[in-house]
Design a protein around this ligand. Sequence first.
Ligand code: MGD
Ligand code: MGD
Ligand code: MO
Length: 687
Amino acid sequence: MTEIPTHGAATRVVRGACPHDCPDTCALRITVVEGRAIKVQGDPEHPTTHGALCTKVSRYTERTYHAERVLHPLRRVGAKGEGRFERVSWEAALGEIAERLGAIAARDPEAIVPYSYAGTMGLLQGESMDRRFFHRLGASLLARTICSTAGGEALAATYGGKLGMHVEHFAESRLILVWGSNSIASNLHFWTYAQQAKRAGAKLICIDPRKTETADKCHQHIALLPGTDGALALGLMHELVVNDWLDQDYIERYTEGWPKLRARALEWPPERVAAVCGITAGEVRQLARDVGTTQPAAIRANYGLQRVHGGGNAVRLISILPCLTGAWRHRAGGFLLSSSGMIPADRAALQRPDLLGARRPRTINMVQIGDALLADSSPDFGPKIEAIVVYNSNPVAVAPDSARVARGFEREDLFTVVLEHFLTDTADHADIVLPATTQLEQLDVHGSYGHTSVLINEPAIAPQGEARPNTQIFRDLAARMGYTDPCFGDSDETLARQAFGSAVPFDALRERGWWQLPRREAPFAEGGFATASGRCMIDAPGLGVPDFVANHESAQSAPELARRYPLAMISPPARNFLNSSFVNVDSLRAMEGEPLVEMHADDAAARGLSDGQRVRVFNDRGHYECRLAVGARARRGVVNGLGVWWRKLGLSGTNVNQLTSQRLTDFGGGPTFYDCLVEVQACSDAA
Ligand SMILES: Nc1nc2c(c(=O)[nH]1)N[C@H]1C(S)=C(S)[C@@H](COP(=O)(O)OP(=O)(O)OC[C@H]3O[C@@H](n4cnc5c(=O)[nH]c(N)nc54)[C@H](O)[C@@H]3O)O[C@H]1N2
Ligand SMILES: Nc1nc2c(c(=O)[nH]1)N[C@H]1C(S)=C(S)[C@@H](COP(=O)(O)OP(=O)(O)OC[C@H]3O[C@@H](n4cnc5c(=O)[nH]c(N)nc54)[C@H](O)[C@@H]3O)O[C@H]1N2
Ligand SMILES: [Mo]
């Protein structure tokens, strides 16, 4: 059974799954003594978890039993954003929500918007009963774009889906490019395999504007300017062509459109690439030689590189490289950004889009929630947003251009409901806060975007206080709204069985805690891409041949802006936070210290700034105060504002997203967090 037998009747070990938005999706073992979870550990039998957890999740009990957990429904008594609430009963809270949403829906349900992302990646608590509820209601749809859609659509266009190498096989690679990924911070279980490869003699190269802790451990670090990866990939192709390092047989058999891209690549000699990327021509040549002459060669990319204007094109270009060299012929060669296309989740069964009937509500892009909340009714936009229901997300902290996001959430005429564990920056703006259970208190099933097994998470402890799972909250709301469709009666266990249908034997999943999916070990060794033609689509329908697309905010595309704001800012994750989750866990926040911006010594000297000083980072969208860290983690011309702090736990009530823009990627409607020009100066009230 799910419980692992242990000595001593009062002690149980329960099988769980890490719910966080991370490629690793670890299998957990939770030790429970007399109803209290005392330890969260990695499952030693799960192939990619191999018994190890990151620092954050090994402290999961600290988060679950946190003194500031929201344990009862709350109604706002202070001003929006102030965070002052009174305790109310579930009856009163659900009644008020049903009444307010019902009144708005009677006029126009599209004036109601759900807002959720991957606070939990669980298929039940993340995307089941909630979606049924909003589909039945006819609310606006939400485009859940805030992380990965540019890269995701790039993979769909090129390979036919989110498919790639299996993470275990990196251990056998002879060359690994860690491209736009701080693996040690955000993909730790991949790093284990990369280290095995390194010990066996492989060369590791990190391609990242920031000298991350991962770059420290690689043989080489190529610190290109943010948003220039597409140019680097074209330069590599140039060298593969002129040096004849191509696998012509693979190209002819398994790809479509190479002649056009070949012509384009020939316009990108190393000197041109070097000028655009801010690196040397020698670095381009050497990298191309490594890629062109080493087998098997593998690329681990992460979503960091696609959070810029040209992110979609960059992922297309990089994902084509292993087709040109034939790296895919080996199981330890190829490319991995996400393998979530392997997961056989039956989303239609869970989410029931058929409940919309003939209605076709508008779609709001979550990246632009700031503008959306501030928009009036218009023929283009549709009705003004009158209500927003937020769960599994903290948009006031994580969405770009947060001055506008906060202004939107401050609207007196907006009815806001937030399902949360804590009073986050977003929950502080709610009219009603509903207490949600954490992963230790709820049932769920999980896929993964970094390995090929599915997992179950059994509840280990009773719900804290009056907390309820998201599924239960939406079930309760549906009942209050008078929805009698039988699907609102499905229990969590029924949902868990629906999630993978017959693709995964549910009882075996329960027995073991996880289930390994069948897979091809070298997925594209003989083509077999998931595209209509079965080939890698270099020239993709509707998109053509990929090209380098410059940042929205760069000297090249916005010279006047670049004169006023000469520093490019990226805001990658801090190692001990997960987006804005864990920022309120004291021991983890203590490890991160204060919000930081990292800067190269030359840029600091040019501004008369010194290490440890309190600084103001600013652009036309706003300003943000943090501590300056002068040193080698930043390259010249680029500053790194580590994310994503809670605004109220920062130094001046804002965070790094005060500076980022709502502009979108080239395709996929994704965010451009790392496409952002700023200037930095000393704080007048320097501490
Ligand atoms: N500890 C921790 N783990 C996480 C997260 C977290 O917040 N904290 N976030 C999770 C989430 S939501 C996701 S989506 C995944 C992946 O999340 P990602 O955000 O992709 O995670 P990282 O790999 O840490 O960061 C990306 C790397 O890209 C670099 N980068 C920035 N701009 C560019 C660029 O233009 N080109 C290149 N080549 N590199 C660039 C950054 O410096 C950083 O080192 O990780 C997950 N894991
Ligand atoms: N500047 C900058 N901004 C970024 C990024 C960046 O790199 N730089 N990264 C972006 C990326 S990749 C992403 S994915 C987004 C992520 O942004 P979000 O999806 O908002 O992720 P989190 O900040 O982790 O917030 C998740 C919230 O969900 C809550 N939660 C967790 N589990 C449950 C549950 O079971 N029930 C309920 N009701 N609530 C739950 C948590 O308490 C937490 O407050 O942020 C983006 N923002
Ligand atoms: Mo993400």
